[in-house]
Design a protein around this ligand. Structure first.
Ligand code: AHG
Ligand code: MN
Ligand code: MN
Length: 340
């Protein structure tokens, strides 16, 4: 009989704790609470076509984008699932302008949670994969007091855990505490996340690039040359590359993690800091990709070392297989020096 492994996410999180002898179990319970919130969001995402939840609330979020109902549902679900666990001192969400305090009557913990409750929301009505992204830090302000903006504005290298859920043909949850990246698939018949992708390693080099090419006109000259380079024929470097762009960062990143290659959302002459948010999208996904052996850059330096100034700041991102991110950095640097 083949060797069967039946590992639920709760069991995996608890076993992972053994790697950290000083662990108190708090982070494990926090991750388990997150997994529950994600199951509930997944259920609602799957029902989206059936109930009157599709469509727009009409309001705009802090980024000036129209908010869809499911974004707010996911935002509220995460808040409600995480506010009373006693593990957090503060939260921040892409859908909320200011930091989110833990209600007065609940215990204050030592962790900080930042999240993009629903990523790729423009794809909801087309039944295309969307996701949830989360990022966890240890607080830097004194224990027992309410968390502050300083706890939230830490560079990505300080993350203690990060993960995402992708609501696709099945729901998957991928997380890391910095030691290995693990993927779980939701078995809807028993409502459990089961380990399906143990210790994911991103290939050193891929043959897929992912970028919104509609913005070509506004790109940095080095990036224009890089994309043309990927489209040229060269057997040794497996060019031309294929192009894939879903428009849900989580889904594009998930494919990149499994197949290798590169995902880019660069700055351009119209958006000097790109589009994606450092705290809710770029940092957690960069932490995961690095833990899987890949690389994440803002085009010139390591993304995780950026010191954030604002909760909602944006950041250009080049992320994926080490080889591919190194090549695009090289193109940008050579163009900056006027060599190409
Ligand atoms: P969100 O739905 O959280 O606002 O994020 C959307 C983001 C990201 O998921 C995706 O990669 C990107 O927007 C797509 O942007 P373009 O439509 O400009 O390509
Ligand atoms: Mn997003
Ligand atoms: Mn979002």
């Amino acid at each position: 009989m083949p060797k069967m492994r039946f590992m639920t996410i709760e069991r995996h999180i608890i076993e992972g704790e053994r790697l950290h002898p000083s662990a108190t179990g708090e982070l494990s319970r926090l991750l388990s609470d997150l997994a529950i919130a994600i199951k509930v969001i997944s259920l609602e995402v799957n029902k989206a076509g059936l109930v009157d939840i599709l469509g727009l609330t009409g309001d705009q979020n802090v980024h000036g984008e129209t908010v869809r109902k499911l974004d707010m549902y996911a935002h509220e679900m995460l808040f409600k699932a995480m506010d009373h666990g006693g593990h957090l001192c503060v939260m921040a969400s892409e859908e909320e302008e200011n930091i989110i305090h833990i209600p007065h009557d609940y215990k204050i913990g030592k962790y900080v949670l930042l999240f993009d409750p629903l990523d790729g929301s423009s794809n909801i009505d087309a039944n295309v994969s969307i996701g949830t992204i989360f990022s966890i830090y240890k607080r830097i302000t004194p224990d027992g007091t309410p968390g502050t903006i300083h706890d939230c504005l830490q560079p990505g290298v300080e993350q203690v855990a990060a993960g995402y859920a992708v609501y696709g043909s099945s729901t998957m949850l991928v997380y890391t505490t910095g030691h290995g990246v693990h993927g779980f698939t939701l078995d809807p018949s028993i409502g459990e996340f089961i380990l399906s992708h143990e210790n994911i390693r991103i290939p050193e080099k891929g043959k897929i690039y992912s970028i919104n090419e509609g913005n070509y006109l506004y790109w940095h000259p080095g990036l224009k040359k890089y994309i043309k380079y990927l489209q040229e024929e060269d057997k040794a470097t497996q060019r031309p590359y294929s192009s894939r762009y879903i428009g849900s960062m989580v889904a594009d990143l998930h494919r990149t993690l499994l197949y290798g290659g590169i995902f880019m959302y660069p700055s351009d002459s119209r958006s000097p800091r790109g589009k994606l948010r450092l705290m809710y999208e770029c940092n957690p996904l960069a932490f995961i990709i690095e833990a899987a052996g890949g690389k994440a850059s803002d085009g010139r330096s390591r993304l995780l070392e950026i010191k954030p100034n604002d909760l909602h700041e944006r950041c250009p991102i080049f992320i994926g297989s080490k080889y591919d991110v190194n090549v695009v950095e090289d193109f940008i640097a050579r163009a900056d020096r006027g060599e190409i």
